[in-house]
Write a protein that binds this ligand. Structure first.
Ligand code: ADP
Ligand code: ADP
Length: 240
């Protein structure tokens, strides 16, 4: 079943006016861990951000479970974003909040509150956050401040926070670009295995082609805002 359908997507930034995405079309289906690869400046991050309209597409269609996202009102968009988990290169944690509070903030569907959240949530949410922290290997760190953790641990908090949204889709924007190679593999493996277990499709902007080939089942190759490849990872030539 198709979960996310992108058709003829175009985008430009107001400051420059050039088309950054020049008509992108692809389908993310159930069970997919879909990588977007391509050289720096190809438009990978812009494409990821067009899906939940952190960047507004100038043309084309984005449909999630049959719901067109490009025409949603601001209010509807906020609701829909609650079901789209995002994981960022720089983790985007609130440093002076605890690991637990960072994860709980996922329940609110947005990132970046500074209040302590612990008391605001029902027991079931606390329980769920603990389960997710256990799953990502941080059960012994729940009360630490986010800035006391290593990079790999911080990204694991980012993963747990995104999962706390009960997402229908995960969007990853260079999730391993701030991590060293060994940790990057661990993080990719965790994302793949968790997404598989929970049945969540993933769309991932990733610079590192070797990582994409190792962990993702489908690959979209971008260059200068155009699609150069879209298919199964196994069909990507070794030279690509
Ligand atoms: P990638 O993720 O593949 O490195 P990006 O999507 O970040 O590519 O960028 C694609 C192009 O869009 C680049 O030429 C970049 O300079 C430009 N760009 C990215 N963000 C902005 C912005 N906020 N304003 C203007 N141009 C931007
Ligand atoms: P930049 O690279 O431009 O600094 P960020 O990656 O820090 O951008 O985040 C861009 C914006 O996305 C921020 O304003 C942040 O509040 C917002 N944001 C964070 N999480 C989500 C989410 N799950 N859905 C939608 N927007 C989000």
């Amino acid at each position: 079943m198709s979960i996310l359908q992108v058709q003829n997507l175009k985008a430009r930034y107001a400051q420059t006016g050039d088309d950054i995405l020049k008509g992108i079309s692809f389908d993310v289906a159930e069970g997919d861990f879909y990588a977007i690869i391509g050289p720096s400046g190809a438009g990978k991050s812009t494409l990821i951000r067009c899906i939940n309209r952190l960047v507004e597409p100038s043309e084309g269609s984005v449909s999630l479970f049959g719901q067109e996202l490009t025409t949603l009102s601001a209010r509807e968009l906020r609701k829909t974003r609650r079901h789209i988990g995002m994981i960022f290169q720089e983790f985007n944690l609130v440093n002076r909040m605890s690991v637990m509070d960072n994860v709980l903030s996922g329940r609110l569907g947005y990132v970046g509150t500074t209040r302590s959240l612990f008391k605001l949530f029902p027991r079931s949410d606390i329980q769920r956050a603990l389960e997710l922290l256990d799953r990502v290997g941080l059960i012994d760190h729940v009360d630490k401040r986010a800035d006391q953790l290593s990079g790999g641990q911080r990204q694991r908090v980012g993963i747990a926070r995104a999962l706390m949204q009960d997402p229908q889709l995960l969007l990853l924007d260079e999730p391993t670009a701030s991590l060293d190679p060994k940790i990057s593999r661990d993080v990719m493996q965790l994302i793949r295995d968790t997404a598989r277990d929970l049945g969540i499709p993933v769309l991932c902007n990733i610079h590192d082609v070797a990582l994409a080939k190792e962990f993702c089942n489908r690959i979209l190759g971008l260059q200068s805002g155009r699609m150069m490849f879209d298919g199964k990872t196994a069909d990507l030539a070794d030279s690509d």
